[in-house]
Design a protein around this ligand. Structure first.
Ligand code: FE2
Ligand code: FE2
Length: 152
């Protein structure tokens, strides 16, 4: 899944304001799956989503797709610490991530829905309703499975 030089440039341009933010850097401290940090996980999901949209000519909005993918797990805590009141992580973290993203970066409605719907079908009522939301929902499952299997 290789991005072309001009696609790398475009993606870097979209993500630049996020990546240079101190609060975003906190995702490097939290482990998502195995030995993969949340930061590296959201970066993989963003790159694969961007690649898929380009190669399959899905026609998703690149800004909404990339920002939504990059912030989809912006919940900012270690979900492995099950005794700190986050036991329902699987169900609650998409809302937490969306709320944090709205508070910190003022993201719009379409990007919010990408984040909110990425846990479908676990969150059965939050159905992806846009190309961007579908891409991130599917790619997140693919990347998560790969990350979990690779460290066994
Ligand atoms: Fe997630
Ligand atoms: Fe994720």
């Amino acid at each position: 899944m290789k991005l072309r030089p001009e696609e790398e440039t475009r993606l870097r341009h979209i993500l630049e304001p996020l990546k240079s933010d101190k609060r975003i850097q906190r995702m490097k401290k939290y482990i998502q799956h195995g030995r993969v940090s949340t930061f590296d996980h959201v970066e993989s999901v963003t790159r694969v989503s961007y690649w898929l949209n380009k190669r399959l000519h899905i026609g998703a909005d690149e800004q909404v797709l990339a920002i939504g993918a990059f912030l989809h797990d912006y919940y900012l805590y270690d979900w492995h610490e099950t005794d700190n009141g986050h036991g329902l992580h699987g169900f609650s973290h998409s809302t937490t991530a969306k709320d944090n993203a709205v508070r910190h970066f003022g993201i719009g409605q379409r990007t919010q829905s990408v984040i909110e719907c990425h846990m479908w079908p676990l969150n059965i009522t939050k159905i992806p309703r846009s190309r961007e939301a579908w891409i991130v929902c599917i790619v997140d499952k693919y990347v998560s499975t790969k990350e979990t299997l690779l460290c066994r």
